[in-house]
Design a protein around this ligand. Structure first.
Ligand code: SF4
Ligand code: SF4
Length: 198
């Protein structure tokens, strides 16, 4: 079984935000929430780099570790999903996640924020695959249709890669060999067991 991963190659990202827009449109993400964001360092200066960020679908996910109602679960494809039926909107996962992935759709009276929302890796939720109720709560389930996340599919420079970790590792390795250096993405060696010296 595949272990689905994202990797954004910072040497290729041109900060066009197509991935962000594709995600919002595909899943009809609520107003005020971005499941994906593009972060730019050294904007307009030498060494500028952009990286597209969303839920990284962690192994031993910290969000799941702190959730008091166990609403997170990992699919057979290693995607970290959550249940909007179980979520009580306590915000623990928001603080535990190192990537700021879980978002709350609204801030109402007395600080109520509703159910958490986050990147599903275009993989829906606990409801039956491709059902109306799944779409209404979590957006489209492209994985069930045999497709990859739309953010990566839409990336014109192929900076953003999605798919089985082993396959992504191979693609990135070929890029590194060709250009003679890696992007230096933090934690990449650990996540993908990189063997090429970069
Ligand atoms: S679509 Fe690709 S190039 Fe454009 S911002 Fe997203 S990752 Fe970067
Ligand atoms: S929400 Fe954050 S902590 Fe949880 S799996 Fe995604 S990146 Fe990891």
């Amino acid at each position: 079984m595949a272990r689905m991963k994202f990797l954004c190659d910072a040497d290729r990202c041109i900060e066009c935000n197509a991935c962000v827009t594709a995600c919002k449109n595909e899943h009809e993400v609520p107003w005020g929430i971005n499941r994906r964001r593009v972060i730019t360092l050294n904007d307009g200066k030498p060494g500028e780099r952009s990286v597209s960020m969303a839920c990284m679908h962690c192994t031993d996910a910290p969000c799941a570790a702190v959730c008091p109602v166990n609403c997170f679960y990992t699919t057979a494809d290693a995607v970290v999903l959550h249940s909007k039926d179980l979520c009580i909107g306590c915000g623990y996962c928001f603080y535990a996640c190192p990537f700021g992935a879980p978002q709350y759709p609204r801030v109402g009276n007395f600080g109520s924020r509703g159910k958490m929302d986050k990147c599903t890796y275009c993989s829906g939720g606990p409801e039956p695959d491709l059902s109306t109720v799944e779409y209404e709560k979590y957006g489209s389930n492209r994985l069930a249709e045999g497709k990859l996340p739309l953010c990566a599919e839409m990336c014109s420079t192929k900076a953003l890669l999605a798919g089985d970790g082993e396959m992504i590792a191979q693609i990135y390795k070929e890029r590194v060999i060709k250009r003679g250096y890696g992007s230096g993405a933090w934690g990449w060696k650990t996540a993908y067991r990189e063997t090429v010296a970069i």
